[in-house]
Design a protein around this ligand. Structure first.
Ligand SMILES: *[C@@H]1O[C@H](CO)[C@@H](O)[C@H](O)[C@H]1NC(C)=O
Length: 442
């Protein structure tokens, strides 16, 4: 062996020992990943040492090493697939309400449209929409699943894209002739379109929320009075806009329209009061009857928001559960309200919403902090982003919760036909769960 190679090997072994020592107390998987990575780098190094003739220019070598370091490996029993096509970090995910598509946008100047029906296949095809002369940091589908809106990183405003199906079944994307006017002066937090198709929302950290019509006219502006905002969103029912931030409350407004569809006003609907510190994020169930919040106070809370707030009824607290969270934490509530998922850095925890039981933990899901987390509309999958890949997990806690609910119903069931139907449904759900857990992951 050449002296240089021997020297490199000694260095590497030394580095490995330090690495392993440093990693004591951390999870085995993480350690294994780091060792694998070091070994991969060693292999690359080894070939570079072989001969001066094969030596790559220094710059190129550095770049390839950097690329390797960013090839984050991750595996988990519940990982259904990793969607890979973006060449830069994914920043936002959204499911279409017809359940067919997942949209993702990234710093690589593209929006990708994935087909949810091939999540479990080996190959994951996607369609690409280019964001000319800019890149999108946020993406949201229109209610009819035939358009999407984006937030432009450089343009600092909203651009609408139409999805046009061609005769041969393929799709093209066409940007609206004009972007919305610039209105926000601070970092944008979120955008959304109401499921009713009546308004678009945009929110920034400086406590301002704008309500727009679909043509880009501002209908109303809200000052949340929460000092700074960390998250805001439109409810899935399309009636409400809510925000959270430095103050411990979550504020919810109703965006009101007249009988003829004309905009009337934005009215305070209700507040969620109970946390003892700022709120990182919140999420709604699909019928907006439940909300979940995650706070700096180290807990998540589940709320019943199915109240007649016009008759002064307040939402009420159903559950408070301790959890890990941090600046930028995201929370997702499964459409049926049965499962709560919370991100903390690059980790995700899944809880049973009714019992508060921690059911699943995924560590180091991405190489960077998770920036988006959501369930698909059928509650089968949980997806998240935090680097170039999109991780898709089976919602096993959702299946288990559904089975338990049916077993409870079975105990109370009076007539034989009902019992038989429940038994059949339980059997089916159990077999789906077994199949999901038995399926080979990548
Ligand atoms: C909410 O999700 C559940 C479970 O996926 C579904 O049965 C129900 O129809 C959905 N409701 C709405 C309003 O979308």
């Amino acid at each position: 062996m050449e002296v240089a190679a021997l020297f490199a090997l000694t260095l590497l072994l030394g580095a490995l020992v330090i690495l392993v020592a440093l990693a004591v107390g951390r999870r085995k998987e993480e350690i294994r990943e780091e060792i694998q990575q070091a070994a991969a780098e060693f292999a690359a190094e080894g070939s570079a040492v072989k001969g001066a003739a094969s030596k790559k220019p220094k710059q190129e070598k550095q770049r390839s090493r950097k690329e390797k370091a960013s090839q984050h490996t991750f595996s988990h029993r519940l990982l259904a697939s990793s969607l890979k096509a973006h060449s830069a970090n994914v920043t936002c995910l959204d499911f279409s309400s017809n359940g067919k598509y997942l949209a993702s946008c990234a710093d690589d100047r593209t929006v990708r449209i994935w087909s949810t029906k091939d999540f479990l296949d080996r190959e994951h095809k996607c369609l690409r929409a280019n964001v000319e002369l800019d890149h999108a940091t946020l993406v949201r589908f229109s209610p009819d699943s035939r358009a999407f809106i984006t937030w432009l990183a450089n343009g600092d405003t909203i651009r609408i894209f139409k999805m046009i199906k061609k005769e041969d079944g393929t799709m093209t994307f066409k940007a609206a002739p004009e972007d919305f006017p610039q209105k926000h002066k601070a970092t944008i937090l979120n955008i959304g379109i109401a499921e009713t198709g009546k308004f678009i929302m945009s929110a920034s950290t400086d406590t301002s929320i704008h309500i727009w019509d679909l043509k880009g006219e501002v209908l109303a502006s809200i000052n949340t009075n929460q000092i700074t905002n960390s998250y805001a969103a439109v409810s899935p029912c399309g009636r409400f806009v809510a925000s959270c931030g430095f103050t411990p409350d979550v504020k919810v407004w109703e965006v009101c329209f007249g009988k003829g569809g004309e905009f009337k006003e934005v009215a305070r609907a209700f507040d969620l009061k109970g946390h003892s510190a700022g709120v990182h994020a919140f999420a709604f169930s699909n019928d907006s009857h439940r909300m979940v919040t995650v706070s700096k106070d180290g807990t998540w809370k589940l709320w019943n928001t199915d109240v007649e707030y016009k008759k002064q009824q307040d939402p009420y607290l159903l559950k408070t559960v301790p959890c890990a969270s941090s600046e930028g934490s995201r929370v997702a509530l499964s459409p049926d309200g049965r499962v709560v998922a919370i991100s903390d850095g690059s980790n995700v925890a899944m809880y049973n919403a009714a019992s508060g039981q921690l059911e699943e933990e995924m560590h180091g899901v991405h190489s960077e902090d998770i920036n988006d987390l959501r369930f698909d509309i059928n509650g089968r999958f949980l997806v998240c982003s935090g680097d170039k890949a999109i991780r898709v997990f089976h919602n096993a806690p959702g299946y288990r919760a559904a089975i338990r609910d049916m077993q409870d119903m079975l105990k109370k069931a009076q007539n034989e036909a009902m019992k038989q139907r429940l038994q059949q449904q339980i059997k089916e759900a159990q077999s789906t769960l077994d199949t999901v857990l038995a399926a080979p992951t990548e």
